[in-house]
Each structure stands twice: as structure tokens, then as C-alpha cells.
Design a protein around this ligand. Structure first.
Ligand code: NAD
Ligand code: MG
Length: 403
């Protein structure tokens, strides 16, 4: 029986994880669930999964949760705050930690799980965008096992030979490991989101409701907006660079609107190996949970008799400037990616509050990136300073764009 901590249990990935876990009660037991502030959702999860610990990032929410827990659940210890999140991620009884907090808030608890040598299932891509180098060094130092949950990275991982998978998950990769294993390129597929065909002159009037309505995947709000601007693919580009120690010029992005192929690996002999499946996160979550085994899920198999065409195209710069900003930031280094991620979090929030036009998200991001990319970010303190400074700059500049 493996003990599981789910950071971000009330979110989209958290819920899918609990779905997979509930189908394998003999394998996994929920040790702890965490959330930001949604007491109602946490109460329901506590009742269904009866964890030992429930952690709310928000102090008031923790007080409320404690008051509302029924007597039969009084054994659940309710904890509060960011330190408690990091402590629970490193808890001595935890075997597996699902890192599914959204945004920069996930960095410290995810890093705590890595430093404690856990098996870490990484959905929180922002942790790698902010601190890829440091994060991966900590994986190697602590002996943690890092498994990608993001569907593209999970697909690429599945398309690699077993020996390379092992080296990736332990970060024991010499600089040119991919080339030594005859890998030529990592090919990230992207759906292109809801606005692949939308005329560019309409971009300024795109609403939050339209942007979060992803054609293929059901996800949290932030990643849905990032998918619509393709910043998500940009962040995934940076994520692939760190996870697989892959040079920037060996990563390619291909738009594939049907989201059947979840990503591919191109080898030097001309072979391309792809992972296919339904657009359902339960598959990569189950793969990461049980790795190196496979466990059953309720995700239906692909029906090829009903799949008429799989199409592919490249991402135009004018339509998806955020993708190209992220690739540029990746070339620049850690300060650039940290600043871009922070600016983007501010911009997406402002867009969701209807304070920023859809096409101004990339403009704001670019402005902040230009001002911050030359800084250095060698350690966690620097990284957190750059993150805070980039947020401040983005907030200041928001005024100039106000709707
Ligand atoms: P979500 O918004 O649905 O859920 C986020 C979770 O994080 C919630 O449980 C929330 O309570 C918690 N949270 C938010 N802010 C917090 C804070 N400040 N402190 C502590 N907890 C906080 O997001 P999601 O779609 O589940 O995505 C989670 C992560 O997984 C993101 O990094 C995203 O990029 C990544 N991811 C998601 C998907 C997907 O299909 N949803 C796919 C690939 C990767
Ligand atoms: Mg993804």
C-alpha cells in the first residue's frame, strides 16, 4: 500500500488523480489532501477519502474546515499555511506526492517533496519554469524520482527506451544522453486551442468564457487561458528542456488540433515514436502513479474506425506570440523564464478579471521579459526575488492597458 499526498487536490488534476486512486484501493491510500481555500470541495474529498491530514493554504479556510468537519471525521488533522504545505509534501510517511498546485505557488511544496526524496508526479510545470536547473539538481542529490504528468512530457517519456526513462526520472543524464540514444528531436504536439481559426482582428474582443472553453481538454482556468494563447506550449517547451536535458534546437512544436497524438520522439534512423490516446489526464496520471508498471483506467480505447483525419501545422508567430516569447526566454536562461512565468500569471489573472484584452497578454509579457531577462538567477532566493519583481512590473504596467 503506497501513501499518497495530493497537492492541489481540489483542482482538475487533483480530481483526476483521486479518480484513478479510487479505482485502485488496494494500491494507494490517501495520506494528505491540500487546497488553497475551497472548504466545500475539501469537505467532500475528506468525507470520501478520509486522509490523515487536510491542509488549506489559507488560514481562515482551515479554521472553517475544522469547524465544519463532522464528528466521524474528527480524526483528520487540519493544518494551515504555506509551511504546512511544504511539511506535508516531505512527510516521512508519504511515498508519492502529486504536485498539482497551479502556478508559482507550487514551487516550494514541490521542491520540499523532491528534497525529501519522494516519488514526485509533476503536473505543476511552473516549478520547472522558475527553477529548472536547481530543481533537477535536487532530484539527483536527494534520490527522488520525478515523473512527468503533463500529457506531452508523459508521452515523450513513454516513447523513450527504458534505460533512458530511468535516467530521466532520477536526473542521472549526462549532457548528451538523448543524442547517445539516437534521439534527434522531441516533438511537442499542441491542439492550437480554441482560436486556431479565429480571424486575428477579433483577438482583442475575445472573452474569458471563450478562452477557457478548450476544444479537447477539461482543465483549470489558468492553463486553459495559457492553452488559448499557446503560452502553455511555451511553458511546456521549457519544461521539456529541463526534464529531458534537451537542447533548445532539438525541441519542436507541432499543432495537431485533434489531440490524439500527445507528443512524439524522432530518432536518427528516421523513426518517429508517438504516444496516442483519448485527451484524458487519467492516462498520464495512472502511468506516473504506477511507473514502471501499468494499471487499468476507465479511459476508453481509441476507436480508429471513427477517426477520419489527423492533421498538423506549424504555429504562426502573429497568432501565438507567447509561444515564441517562451522559446526566446528559454534561450536566455532562468531569469527570463521566471520573469515570463510571473508576468504571465499576472496577465492571465487580469484577463480573467476583464482588465486586460486577450491580445495584450503577450504584449505585457514581452514588456516584462525585456526588462528582466538579463538578470541572473543562480539560487532560490534570486529566483523568488525575480518572480516578485516581475509581478510588480507587470502590475505597474497593467494600468497602461486597462480596458
Ligand atoms: P486548477 O486550477 O484546477 O487547480 C489548482 C489547485 O491548486 C487547486 O486544488 C487549488 O486549491 C490549488 N491552489 C491554487 N492556488 C494555490 C495556492 N496559492 N496555494 C496552494 N494551493 C493552491 O489547476 P489544474 O488544471 O488542476 O492544474 C494544476 C497544475 O497542473 C498546473 O500547474 C497546470 O499547468 C498543470 N497541468 C494541468 C493539466 C490539466 O489537464 N488540468 C494538464 C497538464 C498540466
Ligand atoms: Mg500539457
Amino acid at each position: 500500500m503506497q501513501q499518497l499526498v495530493i497537492l492541489g487536490a481540489t483542482g482538475s488534476i487533483g480530481q483526476s488523480t483521486l479518480k484513478v486512486v479510487s479505482e485502485h484501493p488496494a494500491r494507494y491510500q490517501v495520506l494528505a489532501l491540500t487546497a488553497a481555500s475551497n472548504v466545500t470541495a475539501m469537505l467532500e474529498l475528506c468525507s470520501r477519502f478520509q486522509p490523515k491530514y487536510a491542509v488549506m493554504a489559507n488560514q481562515d479556510a482551515a479554521v472553517e474546515l475544522r469547524q465544519q468537519l463532522p464528528a466521524r471525521l474528527s480524526g483528520i488533522e487540519v493544518l494551515a499555511g504555506h509551511e504546512a504545505l511544504a511539511d506535508i509534501a516531505a512527510h516521512q510517511d508519504a511515498d508519492i506526492v502529486m504536485a498539482a498546485i497551479v502556478g508559482a505557488a507550487g514551487l516550494l511544496p514541490t521542491l520540499a517533496a523532491v528534497r525529501a526524496g519522494k516519488k514526485v508526479l509533476l503536473a505543476n510545470k511552473e516549478a520547472l519554469i522558475m527553477a529548472g536547473s536547481l530543481f533537477m539538481q535536487e532530484v539527483r542529490r536527494s534520490g527522488a524520482t520525478l515523473l512527468p504528468v503533463d500529457s506531452e512530457h508523459n508521452a515523450i517519456f513513454q516513447c523513450l527506451p527504458a534505460s533512458l526513462q530511468q535516467a530521466v526520472s532520477k536526473h542521472q543524464l549526462p549532457a548528451d544522453s538523448l543524442a547517445q540514444h539516437s534521439v534527434n528531436k522531441l516533438m511537442l504536439t499542441a491542439s492550437g486551442g480554441p482560436f486556431l481559426q479565429r480571424p486575428l482582428h477579433e483577438f482583442a474582443s475575445i472573452t474569458p468564457e471563450e478562452a477557457v472553453a478548450h476544444p479537447n481538454w477539461v482543465m483549470g482556468q489558468k492553463i486553459s487561458v495559457d492553452s488559448a494563447t499557446m503560452m502553455n506550449k511555451g511553458l511546456e517547451f521549457i519544461e521539456a528542456h529541463w526534464l529531458f536535458q534537451c537542447p533548445v534546437d532539438s525541441i519542436e512544436v507541432v499543432i495537431h488540433p485533434q489531440s490524439v497524438i500527445h507528443s512524439m520522439v524522432q530518432y536518427t534512423d528516421g523513426s518517429v515514436i508517438a504516444q496516442l490516446g483519448q485527451p484524458d489526464m487519467c492516462t498520464p496520471i495512472a502511468y506516473a502513479l504506477a511507473y514502471p508498471e501499468r494499471i487499468q483506467t476507465t479511459v476508453p480505447a481509441l476507436d480508429f474506425s471513427r477517426m477520419s483525419d489527423l492533421s498538423f501545422c506549424l504555429a504562426e508567430k502573429a497568432r501565438f506570440p507567447n509561444l515564441y516569447l517562451a522559446i526566446e526566454a528559454c534561450r536566455h536562461g532562468q531569469a527570463g523564464t521566471t520573469a515570463l512565468n510571473a508576468a504571465n500569471e499576472v496577465a492571465v489573472e487580469a484577463f480573467l478579471r476583464r482588465q486586460l484584452a486577450f491580445n495584450d497578454i503577450a504584449r505585457l509579457n514581452e514588456q516584462v521579459l525585456e526588462q528582466m531577462a538579463e538578470q541572473t538567477a543562480n539560487d532560490l532566493e534570486h529566483i523568488l526575488t525575480i518572480d516578485a519583481r516581475a509581478r510588480q512590473l507587470a502590475q505597474q504596467q497593467l494600468g497602461a492597458y486597462s480596458l
